[in-house]
Design a protein around this ligand. Structure first.
Ligand SMILES: Nc1ncnc2c1ncn2[C@@H]1O[C@H](COP(=O)(O)OP(=O)(O)OP(=O)(O)O)[C@@H](O)[C@H]1O
Ligand SMILES: [Zn+2]
Length: 898
């Protein structure tokens, strides 16, 4: 078909199709009599499968894509090619949106491709446009990109994709092409059903890629894990035959990224960490350095990779397990896109497995509990993960395992995996690992579960250690929707178990003593603050009277050996010093962070309260808040050490001293060395970091369900309504975690975190957008009574007074939500010079309102508004942080009434 090739050349500049498959798909789509399902690996050129038909057809192609960031890339690319493409999304300025809609309403629109998110396409405001296009027969094609998001079996399920079924019904007669890079059989079936694909033609590339060499190494069996990784990196890069090459190491946590990058660099391969905890500019720089080959290795969480198309990736190593085999295939598949031999290695760790499984189970349990009934798909996370574990622990060809998972016939591996190359070696490794487990089990009597306790007991329980992709709940306080009694019981069990372990092994060591003490405090504490205070009190007592115990404890600990590589500052009373051994980052440590010979020491048990990155603590992914950290925070909270028991010479006291002098001791994440920095700047810096990609677990697992539910759907005029109210998936950028305790979860879904913060419409307050002067509390229209009420702090407070029961105190997160909602109109009105200032002010305000005394949500709202009014009473436009220096926290219910 000469004209097809001509069009390919004319519009895209390509001389030929990338593959026969690509050409076949284009032809099938152009023919237009059947729906098409395309499963091709990342980078195989799926986009062209609908883009070329789009430019060759009359009318418009509607492209559904899950992320604005991805959409933007595509649109930019097409525009560079002079192909009229655009996107309607929540970030689009109203003027541009209107221009697009005008074009779409015109007789013959110029536009060829319209990219849109599933949320937006289902929004009421888009419906007239859609109906118009349909009735004028101007819709030539529906393309659903990343179609696996439609499947609850898929690893990236997004409930909003389910809305596409309805859309599809409306678009009868319009050909649909669904595209994905990963679709195990059941996912493919789901896609076909959900999108109601008709007489579907399937085009799938076999998943087998002969240029990828897969192997698995048991990390815990290694003497020098980092040196091992380094050797692998060197070898993989060298295999490029002098050609420029680079690689990716995937880690689960930010800490791991930092540590691995540091270790590799130290060993001579320039590596940089990439994770959502970095500032956006830093992340871009890292990515760009890596893309340009200035940095050879990028050590990243899964937030890196989506949309990254680099040909010469010579290796992809997984330092931690991927959450499913499908994810693993996709992530490892970023290697060798140029077709040259490349390596994919997983550093398997049973502990890693237990921890991840624990969290996946927990999530499944939570989903189930929420729904009240079990759904088959609830287990999909577990089965997908089990497939990943089998991939690592089976004696079989790695390629064959992957192919089977995707429903392909076993490929001819021909030595492209460690098993096919040397099965005996694989067997030996497995045997060694299982022998190791047996020995460890016999020695410690520790059950093999995560953290050394029975994983089944806690399967539905609390979070584990060191996760950001699978840790905290979206709820404030870290308690999520769990039953606090259950949680307490679980804690109790854990401590009992841990103490029993200690009774077996050691007489009375200082660790168990600390555990006892901490447990006592824990049992008697009703809130995290009381717990914190209780711990401090105990520390003080211990310091006064237990010097002997401390000394003995040290000796015992050293005897135990488990803590022998700790720095002197972390020995002694663990509760008091509480240094997480994971931070010591010993390069030769065999054990994953936070574990010592089956013991979970008191300070390793996560605290009741989530770590406040914003409060100047290390912005790490570590969800534990160690006793030491609690103390440090308390020292600062108390205005510089006043709250901290003073015992010169003790590390804790040093921390307090540092805190009181305005300096913060920060444990080096890697080398274990301490550094001292100015507290305020560090705090500010961390707050900045915390403002980055933060995501709740629910978003990670399900994308927008909760979000979607929370966000009101637009009911206003079809086109004039502020778009952000309609696009819940995109409103994830309204992430008040930057204000409050930060739940840090890496998300592979949105690189777009630093875009404008968006606030879904919130009734009367939202209508402020129409106001020329948002700090004026005048009604915008005659009917706008509700806004007046919402604004009036007295009304809010009198409402509170009417109630007999005291309001439930708002959490910092809730306060932050309220504050951001209240402030957003001002930001939209340009009352802040920069977004950063807006964020910083929101943070400041939230802390002012959240700290000190308990407030109900209503009161918070009233006080927030009062403070905002007070602020803009004195400042017409916020230009610097100093502008709000005069604001003081309200002292009482009536303090800020004006
Ligand atoms: N026929 C072709 N000839 C040469 N290059 C092509 C051809 N078709 C596509 N490409 C290029 O291949 C690269 C990958 O294409 P594309 O982004 O569409 O891949 P994809 O399969 O959609 O990957 P992903 O799963 O990451 O979205 C792009 O740079 C694209 O321009
Ligand atoms: Zn093989």
């Amino acid at each position: 078909m000469a004209s097809l090739k001509e069009a390919l050349k004319k519009h895209f500049g390509f001389d030929s199709f990338r593959s026969k498959l690509q050409e076949d798909v284009v032809k099938a789509v152009l023919k237009g009599d059947r729906d098409v399902f395309v499963c091709m690996p990342t980078g195989a050129g799926k986009s062209l499968c609908y883009q070329l038909p789009a430019v060759m057809s009359k009318g418009i192609t509607l492209v559904i894509s899950p992320l604005i960031a991805l959409i933007q890339d595509q649109v930019d690319h097409l525009r560079e090619l002079n192909i009229p493409a655009c996107s309607i999304n929540s970030k689009l300025p109203a003027g541009e949106r209107r221009l697009i809609l005008t074009d779409l309403e015109s007789e013959s629109p110029r536009l060829k491709l319209l990219y849109i998110t599933p949320e937006m396409v289902a929004s009421p405001s888009f419906q007239p446009c859609l109906t118009g296009l349909l009735s004028r027969r101007l819709l030539s094609l529906l393309a659903v990109d990343e179609a696996h998001c439609v499947s609850q079996w898929g690893h990236d399920f997004r409930p909003d994709y389910l809305k596409l079924g309805k859309l599809r019904k409306r678009l009868k007669g319009v050909v649909c092409v669904a595209l994905t890079a990963t679709a195990p059989q059941k996912v493919q079936k789901d896609i076909e059903e959900s999108l109601q694909l008709h007489a579907v033609l399937c085009y799938t590339t076999p998943v087998f890629r002969s240029n990828l060499y897969y192997d698995v190494i048991f990390r815990e069996a290694l003497e020098e894990p980092y040196a091992h990784l380094h050797a692998f990196v060197k070898e993989a890069l060298a295999a490029g035959g002098g050609e420029e090459g680079c690689g990716i190491v995937y880690c689960r946590t930010r800490d791991n990224c930092e540590t691995v990058a540091y270790q590799l660099t130290k060993l001579g391969v320039l590596s940089k960490a990439y994770h959502a905890g970095l500032k956006t500019a830093d992340r871009s720089e890292v990515q760009s350095d890596w893309m340009q080959g200035k940095v050879l290795v990028i050590v990243a969480t899964i937030s890196f990779g989506m949309g990254v198309d680099k040909a010469n990736v010579r290796f992809v190593a997984h330092w931690n397990l991927a959450k499913s085999l499908a994810s693993y295939y996709q992530e490892s598949g970023r290697a060798g896109r140029d077709g040259r031999p490349s390596s994919c290695r997983t550093y398997y760790s049973p502990r890693d497995k237990d921890q991840l499984l624990f969290l996946i189970r927990k999530e499944a349990g939570r989903k189930q509990a929420k729904r009240g009934a079990q759904k088959e798909t609830d287990k999909s996370g577990i089965t997908d993960f089990e497939a990943m574990v089998s991939f690592c622990t089976q004696e079989s060809c790695r390629h064959a395992t992957i192919s089977k998972f995707f429903g392909n016939a076993p490929p001819s591996c021909s030595g492209a995996c460690d098993f096919c190359r040397d099965p005996r070696k694989v067997r030996a490794q497995l045997e060694k690992a299982s022998a190791g487990t047996r020995i460890a089990g016999a020695q410690s009597h520790a059950p093999p579960g995560a953290f050394g306790f029975d994983r089944d007991l806690y399967a539905g329980g609390r979070k584990g250690y060191g996760f950001e992709r699978h840790d905290e709940e979206g709820e404030e306080g870290g308690s999520g929707d769990e039953d606090p009694l259950l949680r307490k019981k679980q804690f109790g069990n854990l401590f009992k178990k841990q103490m029993n372990l200690r009774k077996v092994c050691v007489c009375v060591d200082v660790v168990s003593l600390s555990v006892d003490l901490e447990y006592e405090v824990f049992k008697s504490s009703k809130s995290s603050n009381l717990y914190k205070a209780g711990v401090l009190k105990k520390v003080s007592e211990v310091k006064k009277g237990a010097a002997m115990t401390t000394a003995t404890g040290r000796a015992e600990e050293e005897k135990e050996g488990g803590a022998s590589d700790r720095t002197s500052s972390d020995s002694g009373v663990s509760m008091a010093t509480g240094v997480d051994s994971s931070s010591s980052g010993s390069s030769s440590s065999h054990q994953p962070p936070g574990e010592q010979g089956g013991f979970t020491t008191a300070y390793q048990v996560y605290s009741l309260k989530r770590k406040r990155v914003g409060a100047g603590l290390r912005g790490s992914s570590d969800p534990f808040q160690t006793a030491r950290e609690l103390l440090q925070v308390s020292g600062r909270d108390a205005g510089g050490g006043g709250f901290y028991p003073d015992a010169p010479g003790e590390p804790a006291a040093a921390a307090a001293a540092a805190a009181s002098s305005g300096e913060t001791e920060v444990k080096d994440p890697v080398g274990g060395a301490s550094r001292v920095g100015r507290a305020p700047s560090r705090k500010q810096q961390k707050m900045e970091e915390a403002a980055k990609n933060t995501r709740s677990i629910s978003l990670y697992f399900g994308g927008g369900p909760e979000t979607a539910g929370d966000v009101p759907t637009a009911t206003g005029g079809p086109l004039g309504h502020p778009p952000e109210a309609e696009d819940p998936a995109e409103s994830v950028v309204m992430d008040t975690a930057f204000v409050s305790d930060v739940v840090v979860i890496e998300d592979d879904e949105d690189e777009d975190d630093d875009d404008v913060m968006e606030v879904p419409g919130t009734g009367g307050w939202d209508r402020l957008r129409g106001s020329a002067d948002p700090d004026e509390e005048k009604p915008l229209g005659a009917s706008d009574q509700s806004r007046r009420v919402t604004f009036n702090p007295q009304v809010e407070e009198s409402l509170l007074k009417v109630s007999d029961t005291p309001p439930t105190p708002a959490t910092l997160k809730e306060v932050a939500d309220v504050v951001v909602r209240c402030l957003d109109p001002f930001y939209k009105q340009g009352k802040f010079c920069t977004k950063e200032l807006f964020k910083a002010f929101a943070r400041h305000l939230s802390h002012l309102l959240a700290e000190g005394r308990s407030r109900g949500r209503g009161q918070v709202k009233a006080e927030a508004k009062a403070l905002i009014r007070q602020f803009f009473g004195g400042v017409s436009r916020c230009k610097a942080e100093a502008d709000w220096a005069f604001l003081r926290a309200p002292q009482g219910p009536t303090a800020d009434r004006r």
